[in-house]
Design a protein around this ligand. Structure first.
Ligand SMILES: [Zn+2]
Ligand SMILES: [Zn+2]
Length: 354
């Protein structure tokens, strides 16, 4: 059964229809399009605040706490949720559904200051690559046409259902292109393919095709939710280029060494560098790995004569390189560094080379 014209259908029906096609659904508040609030237990539970969802009892219990993490295809769960909040807006968790969303915005913001390098970061452009010049690119839809022009060859959008995304017109004039995700190698949940072009994968989400919010309906204009097509090869290559695994960036800070503490500081720096390199390619367990690294480094600070400030940026950067949000990386580093500092490790004199 295809979801061809769900406009006007009750949200629960849309949610159930999409779930029947394997789309993982969860509810958004109809007033602000954000996930519904966590229960009081989750608001008070430090594990939940640290995104340690394995320790949350609500998710296995079928509650909607933690937004996209609660997404499901279970019709009973969906029916219960929408019985409680009949006007909730269904949203789709990209990764669990095996989907990737190319989100083309039409913000009215200023175009990039340097279109030649900023419209499609990583792809240098010349003004004569578009009729009308790069200054004629006004939104994400234009930027996507430009990307197709420079990377897609003579026929960038193959016809036929195999490459047909579920394409949606959004109430603000943007486009959502829901494609079947490539084999599980999109590392970043949210990345920018270009100016006003976002890639939403993994635990990122989008408003369900066919859903209606206060600003209007997300209308399906092509494709079918039971058979989302695959990206053409050139687009897949571009998506992998920006959303695939990344090498760790260079450490942002140089730890100051003062005479007499050189060996200890060098030891801490080695621990940081090795830990950073180990965390960068992780998707599962990167929070735990970052926490363990920060805890270990925290335990060495007193011995090395360093302060948390000397290492904090470096640790946060290790988390960012693995694709964590800044907020999460910062919180994990701050907490674990403090815990480690409060439990100093013995001087690693017999382990100078880590
Ligand atoms: Zn809860
Ligand atoms: Zn929780």
């Amino acid at each position: 059964m295809a979801v061809t014209n769900p406009t006007g259908a009750p949200p629960v029906q849309l949610a159930l229809d999409l779930a029947a096609h394997g789309w993982h659904v969860f509810p958004l508040s109809p007033s602000n399009k954000r996930p519904l609030a966590n229960c009081l237990d989750c608001q008070d539970n430090p594990h939940c605040a640290d995104d340690d969802y394995d320790a949350c009892a609500c998710l296995p219990d079928g509650q909607w706490c933690h937004g996209v993490r609660a997404a499901t295809t279970d019709p009973d769960r969906i029916t219960t949720w929408w019985r409680r909040t009949p006007h909730a807006v269904p949203a789709i968790a990209a990764g669990p559904s095996g989907l990737v969303l190319i989100d083309l915005d039409t913000h009215s913001g200023q175009p990039p200051a340097d279109p030649a390098t900023q419209l499609l970061p990583g792809i240098p452009l010349a003004d004569d690559q578009v009729p009308g010049g790069l200054g004629s690119i006004r939104n994400g839809i234009d930027a996507m046409h430009l990307l197709a022009r420079v990377r897609g060859g003579p026929r960038p959008w193959p016809s036929g259902p195999k490459h047909q995304p579920v394409s949606v017109h959004t109430p603000s004039g943007g486009r959502h292109l829901w494609y079947r995700a490539p084999d599980n190698d999109l590392h970043q949940a949210l990345s920018a393919l270009g100016w006003q072009i976002d890639i939403k994968a993994g635990w990122s989400y989008g408003i369900a095709p066919g859903a209606t919010t206060a600003s209007g309906t997300y209308t399906i204009h092509g494709g079918a939710p039971h058979t989302p097509g695959r990206m053409p090869d050139w687009l897949l290559e571009e998506v992998r280029r920006v959303a695939g695994p990344k090498p760790a960036p260079a450490p942002p800070t140089v730890i100051p060494a003062t005479p007499g503490q050189g060996n200890a500081v060098g030891y801490v720096r080695t621990v940081l560098d090795r830990g950073t390199a180990e965390i960068a390619p992780l998707t599962d367990g990167r929070k735990a790995a970052l926490s363990a690294l920060a805890y270990k480094v925290g335990g060495l600070l007193t011995w090395a004569g360093l302060t948390p400030t000397d290492v904090e940026d470096h640790l946060v950067h290790a988390g960012l390189a693995s694709g964590l949000h800044h907020r999460d990386a910062h919180r994990i580093v701050h907490r674990s560094l403090t815990n480690g500092l409060n439990r100093p490790l013995p001087a690693p004199s017999d382990r100078r080379t880590a």
